[in-house]
Design a binder for this molecule. Structure first.
Ligand code: NAD
Ligand code: GLY
Length: 321
């Protein structure tokens, strides 16, 4: 069962179907957009699997970006208690992040990715040629997740991004390939240590607690996921700086690199109270405390609920009020 969406189907469905012939194939084409990453969309995939009388030997092929990948992986995890699936990511964000590591799921109006499963794909096939048709804004959103790896894990990658951002934006094949391969190496290393996010994997959520609040508050339509994460990283370094964990130069470097990548650096005025309410639904909340990923230096992050609430309020006030 190829699961894709209306946009990606136009570009790549016929090619994929052709290359897989003569296997028994079916397709499920979802509407495009983060606002459709819902249980209802998962239901349409189940309907298609059942409609085609698929059994446990069926597999789901997720052809698309992170939205398709997350929904398709989730349906594979649930259908008949689990069938195989393959990720075929076609956005930069999906190639550097969402297709790897086995997080699957859908959103709820009360929060992002609240319903899902850890369920690993059997393989991930990232064809960088598919990035040729990706809109510029989507390319930039994917770069946010690459910058994330530089911030939390690999200062050399951060430096490399600083020097090569122009090439990436021009879609230089070697630069893109390096950024994808290095991102996957880092993600695989982290996930291999902590698949179920009991500890170190949480650092991959750098910027996400703030970012998810932005996405939920704006109905999943105004900001791309990567854009919201970029803003969230800015807030996370702002808070790290207020707490005296990093000096101002690191905050400046993160702001500069987001700017170089053409990502937004001004947050929507959703209000600090609303942001905090949404952040309290984050999956890292433990015993009611919002745990945040903060930077100790470029390339080293910690996850902590032990920070001054006043500093958090100040960051939220500065960006959201
Ligand atoms: P997306 O899936 O919405 O894709 C972005 C847009 O690009 C869509 O309009 C899509 O139709 C279009 N598109 C996809 N491939 C294309 C191509 N090759 N050419 C032209 N257009 C193309 O968004 P995304 O940024 O890929 O993924 C974001 C989602 O991923 C979010 O829901 C986020 O929560 C999730 N995510 C999951 C994980 C994880 O570990 N599972 C990690 C990071 C993000
Ligand atoms: N995107 C964060 C993770 O997969 O853990």
């Amino acid at each position: 069962m190829i699961v894709t969406n209306t946009t990606v189907a136009r570009f790549y469905l016929a090619k994929l179907t052709h290359s897989l012939a003569p296997r028994r194939l079916a397709e499920c084409i979802l509407p495009d957009g983060e606002q459709h990453k819902t249980l209802q969309a998962a239901g349409w995939v189940f309907d298609a699997l059942i409609g085609k009388k698929m059994n446990r030997d069926a597999a789901v092929l997720a052809l698309g970006g992170g939205v398709v990948g997350d929904i398709a992986g989730f349906t594979a995890a649930c259908y008949q208690r689990g069938i195989g699936y393959v990720q075929m990511p076609t956005t930069l964000l999906a190639q550097v992040d969402s297709s790897v590591g086995g997080k699957t799921g859908v959103n709820h109006s009360g929060g992002k990715n609240l319903i899902g499963a850890f369920y690993q794909p059997q393989s991930v096939i990232a064809d960088t040629d598919t990035l040729a048709t990706l809109p510029d804004r989507e390319l930039r959103a994917g770069l946010a997740e690459v910058i994330k790896y530089g911030c939390v894990w690999d200062p050399l990658l951060f430096d490399w991004l600083d020097h090569n951002m122009g090439k990436l934006l021009e879609r230089d094949v070697d630069a893109l390939t390096y950024s994808i391969a290095r991102s996957c190496e880092i993600k695989a290393t982290v996930v291999a240590k902590d698949e179920r996010e009991q500890n170190v994997r949480a650092i991959l959520n750098f910027g996400h607690t703030f970012g998810h609040a932005i996405e939920a508050a704006t109905g999943y339509v105004s900001y791309l996921h990567g854009e919201a994460v970029g803003l969230g990283m800015l807030m996370a370094v702002d808070l790290s700086h207020r707490l005296g964990m990093i000096d101002g130069s690191i905050k400046g470097r993160v702001r500069d690199i987001l700017g170089k990548a053409g990502l937004p650096t001004t947050a929507p005025r959703i209000g600090a109270a609303k942001a905090l309410e949404l952040m309290q639904m984050d999956k890292k909340v433990l015993a009611g405390a919002v745990r945040l990923v903060l930077l100790e230096k470029l390339g080293r992050a910690i996850v902590t609920a032990d920070y001054a609430q006043g500093a958090l309020r100040a960051t939220l006030g500065e960006y959201f009020a």
